[in-house]
Ligand binder design. Structure first.
Ligand SMILES: *Cc1c(COP(=O)(O)O)cnc(C)c1O
Length: 393
């Protein structure tokens, strides 16, 4: 057998026996997964919307895949325009920035120390595209933008764009107010919903996102349960035209037809089951936060804990960078997977139908305290059945 097929099989057997609480991950339905392993995975299609033509032949079904996915994504997210081809949330972010911000202009984004995305910090995308990034004033205790200070920063930095969204993301914004402040200062509002895209699609987080942002986008594999990729949404025709210009030969060449088919499948599932799914995800993270807190586990933001799929762990020792790594490793020895940055996510367990957060909290705390709970974790994991797709009845 191929070395790689062997590794893939080992990985699958390993993950099947684990409970995955990684906030950036999710699990695809068998239907969405099947799309990835078909003939489409090695085909080309270079569809040019402006001239309604394709540079390649044999694309009659690939183009249907693209257009049906676009149609469905407009329907599910309620915008006039969408772009479904980006290879990831990061590439979608590049398309958005290239379409709105020019060289030497300023943007504002949430700083990394407040949970913002690393890609927007100086040294990464700002350096690549020659613009400046400044910090959005943020109240960490409340996990809210400091709107009063934001007004002042707008005056001093005159940003072309306010980039909202976080990688450590617990609470929706007062988006109406941010919009007003942006309008007063001739600035655009973009919203990186990478982590929360599935919650947005299911109307359980930032329901006013299409109303008050100029453009929003995100990854298709975090709370949105599709394959790895990115989606962009806007109601603004001028911005959309620029986005289209920044896709082919700027941020990518061909798009991945099989992946887009898989996103289309996930959109079908989101349309049918997204509301139930997304609300259950948020309910699970609130319950898990409370249950862990009651057991003395250091969860942040008592008493509300979360309005998203994430809960955040507090550090015991401020200056120990190893703490989250050690915690993650200890849990992983027991079949419980979390990241090494202090986040716990409930998207995947919810999709797998795990709703008893008391039992899960018990296992996490026991593993954390050094007890061996691997057998219990395995027996729970192996008995879960995926929900929120048409194969679940
Ligand atoms: C994960 C993340 C990204 C990058 O997404 P990819 O799909 O991995 O490219 C961008 N922005 C935010 C806020 C993220 O959390």
């Amino acid at each position: 057998m191929s070395k790689f097929l062997e590794l893939v099989e080992q990985h699958e057997a390993y993950r099947k026996r684990s409970i995955n609480l990684q906030a950036s991950e999710n699990i695809m339905s068998p239907d969405a997964l099947k799309c990835l392993g078909t003939d489409m995975a090695s085909r080309y299609s270079l569809y040019e919307p402006t001239i309604d033509s394709d540079a390649y032949g044999g694309t009659r079904y690939s183009e249907d895949v693209l257009h049906e996915t676009e149609k469905l994504s407009r329907e599910v997210f309620g915008t006039k325009y969408t772009e479904v081809r980006p290879l990831g949330g990061h590439i979608a972010a590049q398309m958005v920035l290239l379409s709105i911000v020019k060289k030497k202009e300023n943007i504002l984004s949430i700083s990394e120390s407040d949970g913002g995305y690393t890609g927007y910090q100086s040294g990464f995308m700002p350096e690549m595209f020659c613009f400046q990034n400044y910090r959005i004033p943020y109240n960490k205790e409340e996990q809210e933008i400091d709107l009063e200070k934001l007004q002042k920063v707008m005056k001093s930095t005159k940003p072309k764009l306010i980039m909202l969204g976080q990688s450590f993301f617990l609470k929706p914004y007062n988006l109406k107010m941010v919009r007003e402040i942006a309008d007063e200062n001739d600035s655009h509002v973009a919203y990186d919903a990478s982590h929360v895209l599935g919650l947005v699609g299911g109307k359980a987080f930032q329901e006013d996102i299409a109303k008050y942002s100029d453009i929003f986008f995100g990854s298709t594999h975090k709370t949105f349960f599709g394959p790895q990729g990115g989606l962009i949404f806007t109601n603004n025709e001028d911005i959309y035209i620029k986005i289209e210009k920044n896709v082919t030969w700027r941020t990518m060449d061909n798009y991945h037809i099989s992946r887009v088919a898989s996103i289309g499948t996930a959109l079908e599932e989101m349309k049918a089951f997204g509301k139930d799914y997304a609300h259950a995800v948020v309910e699970n993270s609130q319950k898990l936060g409370k249950s862990l807190h009651e057991r003395g586990f250091p969860v942040l933001y008592d008493p509300w804990f979360s309005f998203s799929h994430q809960i955040h762990i507090g550090k015991k020792e401020k200056n120990n960078p190893q703490e989250f790594l050690q915690m993650s490793k200890r849990l992983e020895e027991n079949g419980i997977i979390i990241d090494r940055e202090g986040r716990i996510g409930t998207a995947e367990i919810t999709r797998m139908g795990l709703y008893d957060m008391e039992i899960l909290a018990d296992l996490i705390v026991k593993a954390f305290e050094g007890e061996k709970v691997r057998k219990d974790v395995e027996s729970i994991a192996l008995n879960l059945r995926m929900r929120y797709w048409k194969g679940y009845v």
